[in-house]
Design a protein around this ligand. Structure first.
Ligand code: BES
Ligand code: ZN
Length: 584
């Protein structure tokens, strides 16, 4: 037996699935998928085959002729879920599992009509990264393995199903519709994704359209109208785009992430819609994953930095190409602040602050932080500085060409970098980034004129003149740099002058609310309460619930708000907030 991924029952000595054919009926009444999936293996082989499942009710497992196959569904383990072991008879290459999902499936969020923008129709979506695909489909849920798939979703006729795959056709049968999709490129299982709801498309360019509830469509299209320029900038940096289309899906506000790089159909939080395109770096980030993550994939959550560190690096290169080095330096500075606060947060778990982690017995959702993103970014920046940009760009292209449609480990990355850029890893002390806690002293630090101006104003209230052309990123940096002991009247003056409590930019708003709450500035409480009832993005829930529950005065409010709104968060976000409240 060889278990190469601590988060999967997959045994590397067993055959791998080559393709999946998935059929599911979406039942909003019972909040279940009634489904069956046919696995076709890469090769026929007799003996046990282990699949990952979580909270699936298995009806039966049958061969291609419909004859039952023996199987055992083991009791559920805390992080992994239940192993489904199927006994394969000699010569078998194909089998079908018939099952239904649980209403609380960890990848799925079922929204009632009042939880949507239009208020008329229900909505369902999936979020499978890191290890939630198993709550939707029984499969080998490890990114080491890639699968192609077809899918057919049966839905109420008034709704539209979208998938991170290529659309084939829609058929209508009575009150239902069936939408057929196909994913011709092999993808790791965590990239399986779909949504069902009242959705309409608008074209953004030759390779992109945006999907949203009709009520949000125009605003979304306006916000994301630059996507084609972004695609072309990314291609000139990283080579041809391999996924044919780059469509966007505007999610309901409870979506737990800023964005999710589902291939061909990136999922985006509606909090990016600010009216001024100030948060489109998230689109650049998800687009960059088309190369780093979706094409070249981390072999397990222990190597997550290979996905996210590379992607933050690529995101900032796209930003630099489109908006110039000052803007990408500001984002680098924001990243550094996020890194420092994550290191502070994980100070009791230094082993989770190196890039290469060891996660046996650790839930990847709990290990999640900005560290793989921003410490990974710093390592790659250090390598770029040491090698020089032309050589590093060449290295990146060879890396992508070598590992495309494959997964790799940190150790393989190190071997590749030593061969391709001899001496560079030693020069930047890569060992310290990869295997030791904290940030190495020589790490690159972003510099720019605008940053120096901001530094000079730290803790002071800027005049309207001084702040008149600040971008939201500069506001965020300024607010995040406010000293811990800033007196309340500073918050009063800032709000009177700049109306921060009314900010439409959620990054600025949350930076504002967190620092104001920390200082005990009372008017921040009401806005926090409404915000926590509207938005389910974990990046905001965690600091806001965190700062509320850290104060004696507001701890019971935090509990009451979670009681009121928790039902409306995605299961992953709910779990994240529960953890914060339980530790308070
Ligand atoms: N792939 C991640 C989101 C994710 C990570 C989902 C781990 C589940 C498990 C996505 O690409 C991401 O990093 N999103 C960021 C965007 C930001 C870094 C620009 C987010 O959601 O904030
Ligand atoms: Zn990412």
């Amino acid at each position: 037996m060889a278990r190469l991924d601590p988060h999967s029952y997959n045994d590397s000595t067993q055959p791998e699935t080559e393709t999946l054919d998935w059929r599911a009926r979406v039942d909003f009444k019972t909040q279940r998928l009634h489904a069956e999936v046919t696995h076709t293996l890469k090769e026929a082989s007799a003996g046990p085959l282990d699949l990952d499942t979580r909270d699936l009710e298995i009806r039966d497992v049958v061969d291609a002729a419909g004859r039952p196959l023996p199987y055992i569904l083991s009791p559920s383990e805390p992080i992994l879920g239940s192993r489904l072991r199927i006994e394969l008879p000699v010569g078998l290459r194909q089998f079908t599992v018939r099952y239904r999902t649980a209403p609380h499936a960890s990848a799925l969020q079922w929204l009632t009509p009042p939880q949507t923008a239009g208020g008329q129709h229900p909505f369902l979506y999936s979020q499978c990264q890191a290890i939630h695909a198993r709550s939707v489909v029984p499969l080998q849920d490890t990114p080491r393995i890639r699968i192609r798939y077809t899918a057919a979703l049966r839905i109420p006729k008034a709704l539209k199903a979208v998938m991170a795959a290529s659309f084939l056709r829609r058929e209508e049968h009575g009150v239902e519709a069936e939408e057929h999709y196909e994913m011709p490129q092999p993808v790791p299982p965590y990239l399986l994704a779909f949504a069902v709801g009242s959705l309409a498309p608008k074209e953004l360019g030759p390779r992109s359209r945006v999907w949203a509830e009709p009520e949000l469509l125009e605003e979304a299209a306006e916000e994301f109208s630059g996507v084609d320029d972004m695609l072309r900038a990314a291609e000139s940096l990283f080579g041809p785009y391999d996924w044919e289309r780059f469509d966007l899906l505007t999610m309901p506000p409870s979506f737990p992430y800023g964005g999710m790089e589902n291939p061909r159909l990136t999922f985006l939080t509606p909090t990016l819609i600010t009216g001024d395109k100030s948060l489109v770096n998230v689109v650049a980030h998800e687009l960059a994953h088309s190369w780093t993550g979706n094409l070249v994939t981390n072999a397990s959550a222990e190597h997550f930095w290979l996905n996210e560190g590379f992607t933050v690096f690529a995101e900032r290169r796209i930003l630099e190409a489109l908006a110039g080095p000052e803007v990408s330096a500001l984002h680098g500075a924001l990243g550094r602040r996020a890194l420092d606060s994550a290191l502070q947060h994980f100070r009791a778990h230094p082993q989770l602050t190196s890039l290469r982690t060891h996660l046996a017995g650790v839930d990847p959702d709990e290990a999640f932080s900005q560290i793989p993103y921003e410490k990974g970014y710093l390592l790659l920046r250090a390598m770029e500085d040491a090698a020089g940009r032309p050589a590093f760009d060449e290295f990146l292209r060879r890396y992508l060409a070598t590992y495309r449609f494959r997964a790799l480990t940190t150790e393989e990355f190190v071997a590749f970098a030593e061969k391709e850029l001899p001496g560079v890893l030693t020069k930047v002390d890569a060992e310290a980034y990869l295997h030791r806690p904290g940030v190495p002293p020589g790490a690159p630090s972003p510099r720019s004129l605008r940053l120096e101006t901001l530094d000079a104003l730290r803790g002071k209230v800027p005049t309207p003149e001084q702040a008149k052309d600040w971008t939201p990123a500069e506001w965020q940096l300024y607010l995040e740099s406010l000293p811990q002991q800033t007196p309340r009247d500073v918050f009063q003056q800032l709000d009177a002058r700049f109306g921060l409590t009314q900010s439409r930019n959620s990054e600025v708003l949350v930076a504002w609310l967190v620092s104001a709450l920390r200082a005990g500035w009372a008017p921040a409480v009401a806005r926090t309460e409404t915000f926590l009832g509207e938005v389910g993005r974990m990046k905001y829930l965690k600091p806001l619930y965190g700062v509320l529950s850290a104060s004696h005065e507001h701890r019971s409010l935090a509990r009451a708000l979670f009681k009121k709104h928790g039902e409306r968060y995605h299961p992953i976000a709910r779990q994240g907030v529960e953890l914060i409240l339980s530790r308070a």
